[in-house]
Write a protein that binds this ligand. Structure first.
Ligand code: SAH
Length: 351
């Protein structure tokens, strides 16, 4: 079987180069080409021809194909549907901020976490992405935008902790000074609350920002929409957050999708404040994006602002997430879902 070079860390690539009987410096040469977006061995002009040919036979370079691209006419958000080598589709979103582009990337095709409000999980998990496929989202977006990506958020399709090893490889690679070189402080990783994953990530001590999708303030409420809470309850989740903070010293971000009449009452604000007591935390309020008619409605803007004010008065640091790309279905999983539906229609036409 041919080996996937783009998924290898520098260390792994060095070991592979050694096994080919090549001098050690070739690993750095290849790593640099790969991470500059070169996708053919004959373009790696500082490698001997014979070695290029050997790589051609023994290795491959994971490449995504831009399947569709949408640019928001409201803001500069760009949403990509990328096609993987096995023809599945994933989403990547580039959001323009004053400091540059922030890229929201996917870690899996679909998701098996089953959160009730989330589109990405509706059709279950197809498979996890490998590190090269995660990385190529960044390379492809940079190529298309003609600009460097300055921040990464792992908040696209999938649960990063359910694809732990490949996500770790990706983090090391995207941070590598010989590669794209994005500082860990410019990377966020979001989880629905897979406690063992949080503990393992803490061991790596990467100074990335950990984001926790909280969305509820009691076990009962959280378990009703997030099945993961039945396995790892709020107490164990917050305990893991404390340990993570001790290990990394980093502030933790808590995502809170505000749902009218469900988690936006004053009791919720009070419970949230008591849950996060003693943690260096930031609460990111997201008016819920309704994926089905009737269920999970966002509160009116004024009510979200009032909830934010309550949290602030209780001593929490809370902001309301800016809505970007609302005209291009930029929320996680929406485009892929639309596409899957189109495929079903298409299929049915042929019956
Ligand atoms: N699986 C990870 C990564 C996905 S991040 C996680 O759960 O954190 C995507 C974020 O968007 C998560 O915080 C998720 O809970 C949130 N989200 C999903 N569907 C949403 C919706 N309909 N409205 C608002 N936020 C939503």
């Amino acid at each position: 079987m041919r080996v996937d070079l783009k998924s290898m860390t520098m260390e792994e690539l060095s070991a592979y180069i050694k096994s080919c009987g090549q001098p050690a410096f070739r690993a750095k040469q290849i790593f640099r080409w790969l991470h500059r977006g070169v996708r053919r061995f004959d373009e790696m002009t500082d490698l001997p021809k014979a070695f290029q040919q050997k790589l051609e036979q023994e290795a491959y370079i994971t490449t995504l194909r831009q399947f569709e691209r949408y640019r928001s006419s409201i803001d500069d958000t760009v949403k990509y549907l990328f096609e993987l080598p096995d023809h599945h589709l994933i989403e990547t979103v580039a959001m323009k901020y004053n400091h540059g582009y922030s890229l929201c990337i996917s870690s899996q095709i679909g998701c098996r976490m089953g959160c009730a409000f989330c589109q990405s999980t509706k059709n279950g998990l197809v498979r996890s992405l490998n590190a090269g496929e995660i990385l190529d989202q960044v390379l492809k977006a940079q190529e298309d935008l003609g600009e460097r990506i300055s921040n990464i958020v792992m908040m696209g399709i999938g649960e990063p902790m359910d694809n732990f090893d490949e996500v770790i490889r990706f983090l090391k690679n995207v941070n590598d000074p010989e590669g794209i070189n994005i500082g860990y402080r410019h990377i966020s990783l979001s989880t629905c609350g897979v406690v063992p994953g949080i503990m393992k990530l803490a061991e790596h001590e990467f100074p990335i920002t950990l984001s926790i999708s909280l969305h509820g303030t009691t076990d009962e409420a959280r378990s009703a929409t997030m099945p993961i809470n039945r396995k790892y309850n709020l107490q164990s989740l917050l305990e893991a957050c404390r340990k993570y903070q001790e290990a990394t010293g980093r502030r933790i971000s808590f995502e809170y999708a505000v749902i009218e009449g469900i988690n936006d009452r004053y009791e919720d604000a009070k419970r949230l404040a008591s849950l996060l007591k003693g943690l260096l935390a930031h609460v990111n309020l997201i008016p819920v994006n309704p994926i089905e008619k009737g269920r999970f409605k966002p509160p009116k803007r004024g009510a979200v602002m009032a909830f934010q004010q309550q949290l602030t008065d209780l001593g929490l640091n809370a902001t309301i997430r800016r809505t970007l790309g609302s005209d291009i279905s930029a929320s996680c999983g929406q485009l892929r879902h639309k596409h899957l539906e189109k495929e079903v229609d298409h299929h049915e036409n042929y019956r």
